[in-house]
Design a protein around this ligand. Structure first.
Ligand SMILES: [Ca+2]
Ligand SMILES: [Ca+2]
Ligand SMILES: [Zn+2]
Ligand SMILES: [Zn+2]
Length: 165
């Protein structure tokens, strides 16, 4: 091969001169997780900005089937789902706690025959025996002494006499 300007034959050395190479540092790979980025193994140069770094995006949680938890007395309800990879649990769709226990007509946090008696008094003297909830327990649309009797049956035979909300 000859020089296009002076026609002098180029030496082997001239043809093989290379720019000084990068001075590379190796970096280990890091796996991306649900919430954090990762990268493949890559190299950077100590001298220049050369890099083979490629960011891998965070993968995001892999949520399974949601479970609905109904609200209870003084306990909020919510929907929850859990990540199958990292077990992160997310709660959402919060529903307000119940302000009463169904059937606890006198509001002392237990359901017993006293509530039936209290409800009976309520049907006679609603002002003096105020109830803290809807007490149409037999679900016939009226609040009367039948509901007190129904509540009494409920305290004895729970399953057979379910309370109506
Ligand atoms: Ca009670
Ligand atoms: Ca009723
Ligand atoms: Zn370099
Ligand atoms: Zn996750």
């Amino acid at each position: 091969m000859y020089c296009s300007v002076c026609n002098e034959e180029l030496s082997r050395e001239n043809k093989t001169i290379k720019a000084p190479g990068h001075n590379l540092i190796h970096h280990d790979a890091k796996d991306a997780t649900c919430t954090e980025i990762g990268w493949n193994a890559y190299e950077t140069c100590r001298i220049c900005d050369y890099t083979t770094y490629v960011e891998i995006s965070a993968l995001g949680h892999q949520y399974g089937t949601p479970t609905i938890v109904e609200p209870e007395y003084k306990k909020d309800g919510y929907t929850t789902h859990t990540c199958s990879v990292c077990n992160h649990e997310e709660k959402y769709d919060i529903t307000p706690a119940l302000t009463y226990i169904l059937g606890d007509a006198d509001g002392n946090e237990t359901i017993d025959s006293d509530d039936a008696i209290y409800l009976l008094f309520h049907t006679l003297l609603p002002e003096e025996y105020a109830v803290n909830q809807k007490c149409d327990f037999d679900g016939d649309g009226d609040l009367d002494s039948d509901d007190a009797i129904y509540l009494l049956y409920h305290t004895l035979l729970l399953e057979k006499y379910p309370l109506h909300k």
